[in-house]
Design a protein around this ligand. Sequence first.
Ligand code: PBG
Length: 324
Amino acid sequence: MSFPLQRPRRLRRTEKLRSLVREHRLSAAGFIYPMFVCPGSKVRNEIASMPGVHQQSAGQIVEECREVESLGISGVILFGLPESKDPRGRSSLAKDGVVQRAIEGIKNAKLDLLVVTDVCLCEYTDHGHCGVIEHGEVLNDETLEILSEQALSHARAGADMVAPSDMMDGRVGALREKLDENKFENVPIMAYSAKYCSGFYGPFREAAQSAPQFGDRRSYQMDPANSNEALKEVELDLEEGADIVMVKPALAYLDIIRRVREAVEVPVAAYNVSGEYSMVKAAAAKGWIDEKRIAMEILTGIQRAGAEIILTYHAKDAARWLKE
Ligand code: PBG
């Protein structure tokens, strides 16, 4: 049966009809908003390449979290900019570290918000790599212990979920074991499972002051040319106990999101990363694109690809637009 009996335009005629047959609906409940915590008090510096996103001290983070909560966004993910950096990222373990203090602040404010933490070393090491270095190489197994201690320290401070982004082999298992040994068996792990070595992290590295001081991250993050390997990474993370798996970045990897969604039965998250956000902001500032339209179309595309959770710097704006 086809034209003139079939007229797909019949269901596109009015907004009521379009809304009735819409296959995907964005919701702020599926968003996680990334935030950058720095030392000090009353600090709030906008990140030049990420308009609307700030480096903030713990108190300011709590204030913005009130707004995030009021918009119906489910959670925030915290990144730390520590006071001091060393070769092993020790400042990431401090009880009064930047992230730990922010978690406590948000928890004390009794906000109805999931506090997720990014577990990694690159923001805390002086060399900017996501693991411990020896003879110019990023060591895998030696890094696992520090990462697990970091996750434990976040859980002790009150984190609701931890998200390892380092891409060391075996880190999900190591974190799960450490958390369980310490009675945090109910803290879920959202694994950055298929994390690609991407140019789209550029603005984040400015925001988090975490650019590698030598070399690059190709020996641990994934090659953008690979797709089957993403499924292998996801499978390993699930075997090791991941509760949620993530694909990152999102836009150049929509096919990966779709393949992962079809391969697993756990929730799938996608990280709409800094470079993806900055491009929209920059083009919108020049008047070349309609920011709201483009951002919503991007988020819809990520959801349609298969992600039910989206980590995005657009979260607050998108939540507001969804209420309009
Ligand atoms: C830390 C980490 C990075 C991002 C999230 N966690 C940077 C990197 O791997 O270099 C990127 C997030 C973004 O670009 O928005 N390992």
